[in-house]
Design a protein around this ligand. Structure first.
Ligand code: PMV
Length: 350
């Protein structure tokens, strides 16, 4: 169920009969699920995430002014998913789109006039499944396409990082890198980028695509979050400042769990993998980012037959997932959760 790269869905199409004329383009960015290492990754430890086949599609429509130097402006279209987005979020979205346009302009694209963005796609917002990363990647691809340009993966990483900072202040880069690359990824921020507040100008990271040794049958379940990723990340930073050795020990333990998790994923050892998911979840409780609702969700997944379960993403609500032995079991568990009124999705990662 993992996806590679972008699905580009329409070509830039000049509209001949309008003045000012319109051009439009669409592109797509994948959501993500973090299997191991969230929060520790902000401090330079490795993490593992997979791209999802669910993502966001961004449609950008440019009103071309006869004045080639017309001021560049971003607008949100009232169509698409905007109906799901509350006003504080839509203000952040607009700021992020402005940032994307600013960044693209700095890269030499001849932008001018009004760019209207429409958000579509089936990825839920604000539950730790990478909606802001999917949005950033998709909108930069759409802007490039509209200007008959192509950003390399490294450029996309930089551009999406500057958009992600609007939402997350100090993003590790994991979410949008897995959205760009697709598949399953080990990602580790450089020590320098992890040390500087907001990443500074240090951009380094290492990554490795992982081979999934045996199909992973997962069930994801989510509830709305209490607060943002930035709140959860800054809460951890504040608690670490008070008790550095406790938090650094937890990060180290998560890092060891992640490394063993990588071996278990690649060798297809589902039982070790499940035990490691449970262990990582316990460390996230100790970091103070899990909630009673997330813990109950993991218990529910285990009672429905999951071999292991953990929360995923920044926490304070959001997503948890369980690993199942077979597709039949994961489908049955997802149906049972849905029948009980929970948001749930079964997916298989190859
Ligand atoms: O909840 P999300 O999808 O925003 O994931 C955040 C993951 C963190 O490790 C907590 C932060 C980061 O920048 O990697």
């Amino acid at each position: 169920m993992s996806t590679k790269g972008s699905t580009q869905q329409s070509s830039p199409s000049p509209s001949p009969s309008h003045s000012p004329s319109l051009v439009e383009a669409s592109s797509w960015g994948a959501g993500k699920l973090i299997l191991f290492g969230e929060h520790a990754v902000v401090y330079g430890h490795p993490a593992v995430a997979v791209a999802l086949s669910r993502g966001l599609e961004i449609h950008v429509c440019r009103e071309v002014s006869p004045d080639a130097n017309a001021r560049v402006e971003a607008r949100l279209s009232a169509r698409g998913r905007l109906i799901d987005i509350e006003p504080p979020q839509s203000a952040a979205l607009l700021t992020a789109f402005h940032e994307g346009l600013r960044w693209a302009s700095e890269r030499g694209l001849a932008l001018s006039g009004v760019y209207e963005f429409t958000v579509a796609g089936a990825l839920p917002f604000k539950v730790g499944l990478g909606s802001s990363a999917a949005l950033s990647v998709a909108s930069l691809r759409a802007i490039a396409k509209l200007h008959h340009h192509h950003f390399s993966d490294a450029e996309l990483f930089e551009g999406a990082l500057s958009m992600e900072r609007v939402f997350h202040q100090n993003p590790s880069g994991l979410d949008h890198q897995v959205s760009i690359q697709g598949g399953a990824l080990m990602f580790q921020r450089s020590t320098l980028a992890a040390t500087l507040e907001g990443g500074g100008h240090a951009k380094g990271f290492t990554q490795r695509s992982l081979n999934i040794g045996k199909i992973l049958h997962l069930v994801l379940s989510w509830t709305p979050r209490e607060g943002s990723t930035a709140d959860a990340v800054s809460g951890v930073a504040a608690r670490r400042a008070d008790s550095p050795s406790i938090y650094d020990t937890l990060f180290y333990e998560i890092s060891e769990i992640t490394k063993r998790g990588i071996t278990a994923i690649e060798s297809g050892d589902l039982y070790t993998l499940s035990a490691l998911l449970n262990d990582n979840h316990q460390r996230l409780i100790k970091l103070g980012v899990s909630t009673p609702a997330l813990n109950q969700s993991c218990e529910r997944l285990l009672s429905l037959g999951a071999l292991g379960a953990k929360m995923s993403g920044a926490g304070h609500g959001g997503t948890s997932f369980g690993l199942f032995e077979s597709e039949a079991r994961s489908q049955a568990a997802a149906l049972s959760l849905q029948a009980g009124g929970h948001q749930a999705l079964a997916l298989s990662l190859h």
